[in-house]
Structure formats: C-alpha cells, structure tokens
Design a protein around this ligand. Structure first.
Ligand code: C2E
Ligand code: MG
Ligand code: MG
Ligand code: MG
Length: 278
C-alpha cells in the first residue's frame, strides 16, 4: 500500500499495521530536504539571573515547519536526525544561525549568551572543534557569548576522546553546560575532570520542587555540588512563582522556564532586552 503526498509525485511506503513507521520514514526523508527548503527556524528561551531578574542568556531551540504536517516537535525529529545523520548538517545550520543572532544582539549593545544544543553525533564528529572555531571566526562572535549544551550520556560514551575534545573547545573561549543534569548516568566522577561551566538541572526535578521535600533536597544538593566544583547552575522548566521562590531560597544561580518566557522569535527577545527587569 502506498500513500502519496507532497504534490510532487512522491510515493512513500505506508505500513497499515503501524502508521508510526510511515511517519518516521516520511520525517527521515523530509529531513534531508528541509534545510534547502528553509523549513527550519530558531526560537530563543530566556535564561534569568535569579537574584536580579535580569536576562542573562537565551537557549536556541530549533523549530521545523513541515509543509504538510505543520510544526513538528524537536522531541520527535531530533532523534530521527541523530539516527539518520542529518543532524550534522542541521547542527551546522543551528550553530551558524544562533551565533549570527547573538552577534547581532552584541553589535546592538546587548551582549547576551546563546546556548546551543549539541547532539551526541555532533560531539563525536572528528572535526567538531575546527567546525565551531570556523563558525565563530566567520560570524565574528565573542566566543564567551556561546554556550554549548551537551548531555551526560554523550560525554560519557567515549570519555577520554570527549575529554580531549571538550578541553579543545574550552580553549576557543566558549562555555560548556551539561543539559538535563540528573537524568543521565549516575557517575559523578566525570564532573571533576570535565571542563564544565554550568549544570542545567533537568525539568523533572524542578517540576516536583513544590510537592516533594526530597526533590527540594536533591536540587539543593546539586546546587551545592555545582558550587563546590566552581560551576554555575540553572534550573530548567520553572513554571510557577512558588518554584522560583524555592529556587531563590536555595540559591540557584539562574532559572529558565515558561514562568519567565516560552521559546520565542528573536524579535521578542530584543523587546525583553529593553524591558526593565521585574
Ligand atoms: P532541552 O535542550 O532540554 O530544551 C528544553 C526544552 O524544554 C524545550 O523543548 C523547551 O521548550 C522546554 N521547556 C522550557 N521551559 C519549560 C517549562 O517551563 N515547562 C515545560 N513543560 N517545558 C519547558 P523543545 O524546544 O521542544 O526541545 C526539546 C528538546 O529537543 C531539547 O531539550 C533538546 O534536547 C532538543 N533540541 C531542541 N533544539 C535543538 C537543536 O537545535 N539541536 C539539538 N541537537 N537538539 C535540540
Ligand atoms: Mg538544552
Ligand atoms: Mg536535552
Ligand atoms: Mg534541557
């Protein structure tokens, strides 16, 4: 059985018993066309200094406007891009776009950091350091305005190789964060040796701050751990004023979440940069 869509005579296999298979197959094929067709764009989510309420940085988050399906979530397509290898070209584009945007803000007198998610496959490509260096040079962005977010699992897959690579990346002058901290491997020993600047506390912990005393203690301990290791710390997924208040009390350095702003187009960040901090 075949299904036709797209209006260009493309025929695609369709598995009647498992429609999920066809959707994945379709997304994988279309990912290869999406860059040239300019279907990707970036949104940026504010990162707030807990003490002052000031906008300190933003995280760049990719969006895909699929011609037939509309917006497809990165939760769905990033793993497919990772598996198929499309992530390398897509990752290049994200890095370029985010650095260009940060450069524009910086040139306009509002230097804020931009966080870019680096997937495991990107981190493991042999030329990643050269590639990021050349983007920084081409764009002319101050390296300290770029923060690369990596996951624990990516870092620990080949620890020796990754350690050397992270050190080389640090030499460029950028900063490194561990994304979704607390959800990956339980080994903490890597934290001592890896040149990490910031821990991003996973949303799973933040969302339970209010109702479970034990989670408050865990988050408090992660903050202490970060301080001990001379790292900064940001809580992800802050949705309520109550959570923010708890995080201020336990001295979480930065916060990110719907309470302070959803991921938005760059113009909206520009507006926020001119607003008085609350
Ligand atoms: P992430 O890097 O952990 O990004 C944070 C995700 O949490 C974003 O989802 C963001 O919209 C969402 N979020 C932020 N604050 C809140 C909140 O208060 N409540 C809730 N419920 N959610 C919140 P998004 O944009 O759908 O991205 C999902 C994931 O896709 C990201 O998780 C990241 O792993 C991946 N991703 C997104 N953009 C890129 C990219 O450019 N490259 C790579 N490699 N991965 C990306
Ligand atoms: Mg992230
Ligand atoms: Mg993530
Ligand atoms: Mg995260």
């Amino acid at each position: 059985y075949q299904v036709k869509y797209g209006g260009r005579g493309h025929h695609r296999m369709y598995c009647e018993t498992d429609p999920g298979v066809s959707r994945k197959f379709m997304l994988e094929k279309d990912l290869g066309l999406a860059l040239d067709a300019e279907q990707f764009f970036l949104h940026y989510q504010p990162q707030i200094d807990s003490a002052s309420g000031q906008l300190k940085g933003v995280e760049a988050l990719i969006r895909w406007n699929h011609p037939q399906l509309g917006l497809v979530s990165p939760v769905e397509f990033i793993p497919i891009a990772e598996e198929s290898g499309h992530i390398l070209a897509i990752g290049d584009w994200v890095l370029n776009e985010a650095c260009r945007q940060a450069k524009q803000w910086s040139d306009a007198g509002r230097p804020i950091k931009v966080g870019v998610n680096l997937s495991p496959r990107q981190l493991h490509r042999p030329d990643i350091v050269e590639q990021i260096e050349s983007v920084l040079n081409e764009v002319g962005l101050r390296p300290d305005l770029l923060d690369l977010e990596i996951t624990e699992s990516a870092a620990l897959e080949k620890p020796e190789l990754v350690l050397a690579r992270l050190k080389a990346l640090k030499q460029l002058g950028l900063t490194l964060s561990i994304d979704d901290f607390g959800t990956g491997y339980s080994s903490l020993s890597y934290l001592e040796t890896f040149p990490i600047d910031k821990l991003k506390i996973a949303r799973q912990f933040t969302s339970k701050l209010e109702n479970r005393q034990v989670n408050r203690k865990i988050v408090s301990h992660i903050i202490d751990l970060a301080r001990t290791l001379d790292m900064s710390v940001i809580a992800e997924g802050v949705e309520s004023e109550n959570q923010a208040e708890i995080l201020r009390t336990i001295e979480c350095v930065e916060m990110q979440g719907f309470l302070f702003g959803r991921p938005v187009p760059p113009e909206d960040i520009w507006t926020m940069l001119h607003a008085v901090p609350k």
